[in-house]
Design a protein around this ligand. Structure first.
Ligand code: HEM
Ligand code: SF4
Ligand code: SF4
Length: 378
């Protein structure tokens, strides 16, 4: 168990709410809270990942500022979530780097990786500024592409697995194959539908203003499914290359292209919508520290989709070299940020929602019930 400013504030907030219980119908956080008499860092990390930052409880709270309790549940939870990304990350030093300097670390990695790719293609003798009949393989060979991506992918997969395993252990879960399927499916459904972005009354988040709106939920869905479709585009492309012996480039009526176009559009409209909402929202409900990480992730997603679509249009022009290098630089920077940045929230939230579904059906707390020695972190 750890004690930090963020865990202490979340504990204070939850102790007051647990005595008040006015918001018990709002969302999973309050129902899970009521299964506990006290809160250690494990249960607070869990509760923070259940909070969907809908803002509803803040706008209904009689103890919100200017009351002397100055209670702000979504802000306390958002700040604790931000701390979580560093705490559970493997290796933790990289987690801290991203959580303290999200935007700069991201922009710097895009710059360094793009420059590396440009230099690699210049030094391997390809005609960087030429027009290539076989599209981007004329700029960077297939083997060079596979070795760069393969190395990064292995590191990212290991880091993601170890970070998720750290969180999984603290959530007190058994091995995945011992989970109850009914409860697990309920948790997955709640995650995919973003159920708790409904503001507790089905009208949506009090975001960007205190007037309920579904816009954040819809823009998030576009971002989420845009990402999944882009992932499917890459996966079907890889299968066609290696299993069916059909190398790229692919025509417009092919699975990689169709998934890529649909995903690319979702990943442009969704992040632009989320960024606009973020700038229309006053800081009080979001928590002060969440912005850098959200913004850097949104910018990366946006740059990925815009450069991917640009590559599709420019692949038979002399701009293919520079567009490809930038696109690969952005995609690799996105990959590398996955275990440390905002991307990991999808896994932590999914796991927390599965735990909540188990706690709800057994009416018993699972997380935070172990006796663990206190570790003070400044
Ligand atoms: C299990 C799946 C997921 C769940 C339950 C989920 C839930 C949420 C929630 C509740 C928020 C708002 C609170 C916060 O800022 O943390 C959020 C923010 C965000 N999510 Fe997800 N998410 C999931 C997966 C994903 C994936 C796969 C992506 C894209 C690759 C994504 C992109 C984002 C972005 C960009 C934000 C920041 C939005 C903003 O700044 O308003 N999420 N997510
Ligand atoms: S947020 Fe405010 S109104 Fe809601 S349960 Fe907590 S203290 Fe009570
Ligand atoms: S902000 Fe919304 S999701 Fe978070 S605790 Fe309050 S009501 Fe629940």
């Amino acid at each position: 168990m750890r004690v930090t400013d963020k865990t202490q504030e979340a504990e204070r907030v939850m102790s007051i709410c647990n005595a008040c219980r006015y918001c018990e119908g709002h969302c999973a956080v309050f129902q899970a809270m009521e299964l506990r008499l006290e809160f250690n860092s494990d249960s607070l990390d869990y509760l923070s990942n259940l909070c969907h930052n809908c803002g509803s409880c803040y706008h209904n709270c009689q103890y919100a500022p200017p009351h002397e309790f100055s209670l702000n549940v979504p802000a306390a939870m958002a700040e604790l979530r931000q701390e979580n990304y560093g705490v559970y990350a493997w290796p933790s030093s990289l987690g801290k780097l991203y959580s303290h300097n999200g935007v700069w670390t991201t922009l710097l990695s895009v710059f360094v990786i793009t420059s590396f790719i440009i230099l690699t293609s210049l030094f391997t003798g390809s005609d960087f500024f030429g027009v290539h009949p076989n599209g981007f393989y004329g700029v960077l060979s297939h083997n060079a592409l596979v070795s760069i991506f393969g190395t990064v992918a292995v590191f990212v997969l290991v880091a993601l697995t170890l970070s998720i395993r750290n969180f999984w252990k603290v959530m007190n879960l058994p091995s995945p194959w011992k989970l109850d399927w009914k409860e697990t499916i309920q948790g997955i459904k709640d995650a995919l539908s973003l159920r708790y972005m409904d503001g507790g009354n089905g009208q949506g988040c009090s975001y960007p203003t205190d007037k309920p709106s579904m816009s954040r939920r819809w823009f998030h869905q576009l971002t989420f499914w845009g990402f999944i479709f882009c992932f499917l585009a890459t996966s079907t492309g890889t299968l066609m290359h290696y299993v069916l012996d059909l190398p790229a480039p692919y025509g417009y009526i092919s699975l990689p292209k169709l998934f890529g176009i649909l995903g690319g559009i979702g990943l442009i409209v969704g992040p632009i919508g989320l960024l606009s909402l973020k700038y229309l929202t006053p800081d009080n409900t979001k928590g002060k520290t969440n912005k850098g990480m959200d913004v850097s992730f949104l910018i990366l997603l946006l740059m990925t989709s815009i450069s991917g679509l640009a590559l599709m249009v420019l692949k038979e022009t002399p701009f293919v070299g520079i567009t490809l290098s930038f696109h690969l630089g952005v995609v690799l920077a996105l990959f590398m940020s996955m275990p440390y940045g905002k991307f990991i929230h999808g896994f932590y939230r999914l796991i927390s929602l599965i735990v909540f579904s188990m706690e709800k059906s057994n009416k018993q707390a699972i997380v935070g019930t172990n006796e663990i020695p206190i570790k003070k972190i400044s």
